[in-house]
Design a binder for this molecule. Structure first.
Ligand code: BG6
Length: 489
């Protein structure tokens, strides 16, 4: 049969995401020999640019981070030679038809697959989907479109966006990215659960007291406030990244590893959950803080943020899954910017040992003696299990120790960026790590009512100092369910 080629068009080629993530990920894939033999990369944006200028722009973002072997700069040159640019409007079928002509020059005699990465604001997703599908879709292969959040700001606007896209594309052509699903330790969650006998049998209300999903960044919006202020941390992190991790964590065993089987199980978890209630949410916003002579700005000091903004930069929430496996187990989420540390992790706190023989060794604080499994997604990837252990010696004294799988110590290979995996999967048509539209709908249903309530009532966030551990309200919320945040104890 015919050979095939893939034409990858990055729409919004001069934007931040394209420069920081997409082009570098494409190069890393090329470097590793993961891209198909025949491929072409096009940048598409409104500004006028020549191919040489695009190559120059892209070239500046590429690094040989994989290793410093001698042929890296040759590889870069080879890669850049396969990058081109077309300037056009995002809503012009005519401009996309011109792109189509240019793509065809590279596709002659081959099955021509086309991948569009919409690295643009969502209000023009539908325009581009229309133009690409009417004027620049593949004549004899597949056409796929990658989009990335924000997918609307509530159930209604998200559904409208989905309807808009589906006027021009079928569900199978739409690859919705949640880049957290491309992270190594998130992908490993299923391996950990389903291929180790010691975990899955414990994975239920019978043994697990609570699950904590924690995201923190040690920097604020720093100029990105314009986007952030109309979304806030609940939409930016919880409704997508943390909820996706929760779904993978809590789902039943899928029938197989096929994308549809996995996504069927994930959507079942989401649909088994009650929408988040106001009494189960705490919101915060960072205020200015001076430390060691340096003054860190408040959120509202960001020039792109209105002075009277009540947008949360921090939120903590308690969610519940109403099914046989998880009934009554609190799933606590916490996400915040401008906190004391940068970290994303999953903490699983196990129950007490019934009739623990060593109770007395722990004094009154038995809670501290329960096992805890920590999956540190980033940075410094690790999986560790806190256990009780006898301190060597003649006496009987116990302490807490870790069984520790520290990735940097165990594996020498550098962990690929999430975008590398996701781009490769999109090229290969592997949909496992992409969000299906029913998952997206279910995710919005959980957060839309509370977001509306917070905004209608203009509920003021609790202020916390930049660089702190966040508002104390988060502790009260956890305490209400008898939980202590693992990252703070
Ligand atoms: C994005 C959010 O989805 O994820 C950002 O919009 C956030 O606000 C980012 O900073 C965090 O991603 P990562 O991969 O750096 O943890």
């Amino acid at each position: 049969g015919n050979e095939s080629t893939v034409s990858i068009t990055v729409v919004g080629a001069s934007g931040d995401l394209a420069k920081k993530k997409i082009f570098p990920a494409l190069f890393a894939l090329y470097y590793e020999g993961c891209l198909p033999k025949h491929f072409t990369i096009f940048g598409y944006a409104r500004s006028r640019m020549t191919d040489a200028e695009l190559r120059n722009l892209v070239g500046q973002t590429l690094t040989c981070r994989i290793d410093q072997r001698e042929n890296c700069s040759d590889k870069m040159d080879e890669f850049l030679k396969r990058c081109f640019y077309h300037s056009g409007q995002y809503d012009s079928e005519e401009n996309f038809a011109e792109l189509d002509n240019k793509l065809k020059e590279h596709e002659t005699g081959m099955v021509a697959n086309r991948l569009y990465y919409l690295s643009i604001p969502p209000n023009i997703f539908v325009d581009v989907a229309r133009c690409a599908s009417t004027s620049a879709s593949s004549a004899n292969g597949w056409t796929r479109v990658i989009v990335e959040k924000p997918f609307g700001r509530d159930s209604e606007s998200s559904a409208a966006l989905t309807r808009g896209l589906k006027r021009y594309l079928v569900e199978d052509q739409i690859f919705r990215i949640d880049h957290y699903l491309g992270k190594e330790l998130v992908e490993n969650l299923s391996v950990l659960r389903f291929s180790n006998l010691v975990f899955e049998p414990l994975w239920s209300r019978q043994y697990i007291r609570n699950v904590q999903l924690i995201f923190s960044e040690d920097f604020g919006t720093e100029g990105r406030g314009g986007y952030f202020d109309s979304y806030g941390i609940i939409r930016d992190i919880m409704q997508n990244h943390l909820l996706q991790i929760l779904a993978l964590f809590a789902m039943e065993t899928p029938v197989s590893l096929d994308a549809e089987d996995i996504r069927n199980e994930k959507v079942k978890v989401l649909r088994s959950m009650k929408p988040l209630q106001l009494e189960n949410v705490v919101i915060g916003q960072y205020k200015s803080h001076t430390k060691g002579g340096v003054t860190y700005p408040a959120y509202i000091d960001d020039r792109t943020v209105p002075k009277d903004s009540v947008t949360p930069t921090f939120a903590a929430a308690a969610l519940f899954i109403n099914n046989a496996r998880w009934d009554g187990v609190p799933f606590l989420m916490k996400a915040g910017k401008a906190l004391h540390t940068k970290r994303a992790e999953i903490r699983v706190q196990f129950r007490h040992v019934p009739g623990n023989l060593y109770k007395r060794s722990f004094g009154t604080d038995l809670d501290r003696a329960t096992n805890e499994l920590v999956i540190r997604v980033q940075p410094d990837e690790a999986i560790y299990l806190k256990i009780n252990n006898k301190i060597p010696g003649l006496g009987m004294r116990l302490d807490r120790s870790k069984l520790n799988l520290h990735y940097a110590a165990r594996y020498s290979k550098e962990i690929p960026d999430a975008y590398e995996r996701l781009l490769l999967d999109a090229i290969e048509g592997e949909r496992r790590l992409f969000i299906r539209s029913d998952e997206l709908d279910a995710a919005w249903e959980l957060f839309t009512p509370v977001l509306k309530e917070l905004e209608d009532k203009k509920i003021a966030p609790e202020l916390y100092p930049y660089g702190s551990r966040g508002p104390v309200g988060a502790h009260y919320l956890a305490a209400k369910y008898n939980v202590r945040w693992g990252d703070l104890s």
